[in-house]
Design a protein around this ligand. Structure first.
Ligand code: ACO
Length: 305
C-alpha cells in the first residue's frame, strides 16, 4: 500500500492525520494557509475590541472585555502552534501577514465606532466564528481539530457576553436602542462575509471538502448562521438590514439578499476601511516588541547553560 493510499484510507475512515504522518504536499500547504490565516485573524481581531478597553462603560464590562481580548491572543497562539506542527516557522507566516502576503478575516477591517459595536462583535462576529469553528472540531488534521475544541468553548462565552451586552442596550433608552440598531446595520453584512465567497466562487472548497479539512461548504454554514441569528435579532426587538429577508415555511430556512461581493473583494484585497490601520498597528507592535523577544531569547540561553 502506498503512502497516498494509507492517507486516503485514513481520511475515508475519519482517522485524524497527525503531524508525523505522511500527507500530500498540497494538503500540508492548504492547512498552513488556512490555520495561518485563522491565527492571524485571532491576533488582528484583538485590535477593534482593544480599542474599547479604556472606554468600557463599567468595571464589569471592562473585566469581561479584557478577558475576551486575552482569550483571542491565546487562540492565536494555539493556532500558530498547530501551524508549526506542519513544518512552517511562526515568524515566517507572521511576517507574511505583516507584509500583506497572507490574509486574515475581512471582518476585522471594519471600525468599532460605539460601545454597541463591542456587544455586536461578541454576539454576531463570535457567533459566526462559532458556526464555522464547531464544524472544524471534526477537521481531518488532528492538531487543528483539538485546538478548535478549546477555542469553541471560549468563543461560546464570547458570544454570550456579547448577546447579554446587547440585551442590556435593547432594554435601555431610545438612544441606546438606536446605537444597537446602528451597530447591527453596520456589522450584519460583514458578518455574513466571514463565511467566504459563495461555493461556486470558492476556489479552495472542493478540494478542502474532499480532504475533510472543511466539513461544510461556505454557503451551508452561512445559512446556518442566518437561521440561528435572525430569531435573536427579533428577540432583541431589532431588525435585520435586509429587505429581501424572509422565512421560507417550506424549506424551514431564511432566504436573504445578495452580499455585496465587490465590497468583500475590496476588503480581502487590502482596500477595506481599516486594512492599513490594522497592519500598521501590528507592524508597530512587532517592532516595539523586539527588545522583549531579544530579552526572552537571552534569558532562555542562560537558563539552558
Ligand atoms: N476574509 C478574508 N479572506 C477570506 C474570507 C474572509 N471572510 N473568506 C474567504 N477568504 C479568502 C480565502 O482565504 C481564500 O484566499 P487564499 O486562497 O488567498 O488563501 C479566498 O478568499 C477564497 O476563499 P475560499 O476558497 O472559500 O477559501 P477557504 O476554503 O479557505 O474558505 C474560510 C474560507 C471559510 C474562511 C476558511 O478558510 C475557514 O474556515 N477558515 C478558518 C476559520 C477562520 O479563519 N476564521 C477567522 C475568523 S473567526 C475569528 O477569528 C474570531
Amino acid at each position: 500500500m502506498t503512502e497516498q493510499h494509507r492517507f486516503d484510507e485514513r481520511i475515508a475512515q475519519e482517522i485524524a492525520i497527525e503531524a508525523q504522518d505522511w500527507m500530500p504536499d498540497e494538503y500540508r500547504k492548504t492547512l498552513i494557509r488556512q490555520i495561518g490565516q485563522h491565527a492571524h485573524s485571532e491576533i488582528v481581531g484583538m485590535l477593534p475590541e482593544g480599542n474599547w478597553l479604556t472606554r468600557a462603560p463599567s468595571l464589569k464590562r471592562k473585566a469581561i472585555l479584557l478577558a475576551k481580548v486575552q482569550d483571542e491572543a491565546g487562540h492565536g497562539l494555539y493556532l500558530y502552534s498547530a501551524a508549526e506542527t506542519l513544518g512552517c516557522a511562526r515568524e515566517d507566516i507572521y511576517q507574511k501577514m505583516l507584509d500583506g502576503k497572507m490574509k486574515y478575516s475581512s471582518i476585522f477591517n471594519y471600525p468599532t465606532l460605539n460601545w454597541a459595536d463591542i456587544g455586536v462583535i461578541g454576539w454576531l462576529v463570535d457567533g459566526a466564528a462559532i458556526v464555522n469553528q464547531v464544524a472544524l472540531c471534526r477537521t481531518s488534521y488532528g492538531p487543528y481539530a483539538r485546538a478548535m475544541v478549546k477555542i469553541c468553548k471560549e468563543e461560546s462565552f464570547h458570544q454570550r457576553q456579547g448577546f447579554e451586552a446587547c440585551m442590556v442596550l435593547a432594554q435601555g433608552s431610545d438612544e441606546q436602542r438606536q446605537m444597537l440598531q446602528d451597530a447591527i446595520n453596520r456589522f450584519w453584512w460583514p458578518a455574513l462575509m466571514m463565511f467566504g465567497p459563495n461555493d461556486d466562487n470558492s476556489p479552495n472548497s472542493a478540494q478542502s471538502l474532499a480532504w475533510k479539512i472543511k466539513r461544510f461548504g461556505n454557503d451551508e454554514l452561512r445559512q446556518r448562521f442566518v437561521d440561528n441569528t435572525v430569531p435573536q435579532v427579533e428577540m432583541l426587538g431589532m431588525t435585520v438590514p435586509d429587505n429581501d429577508l424572509r422565512f421560507n415555511e417550506a424549506t424551514g430556512h431564511y432566504e436573504f439578499g445578495e452580499i455585496d461581493w465587490e465590497e468583500f473583494n475590496e476588503v480581502i484585497a487590502g482596500r477595506g476601511l481599516c486594512n492599513e490601520e490594522r497592519l500598521a498597528a501590528k507592524r508597530k507592535a512587532w517592532e516595539e516588541g523586539a527588545w522583549v523577544r531579544e530579552a526572552a531569547l537571552a534569558y532562555a540561553s542562560k537558563s539552558i547553560a
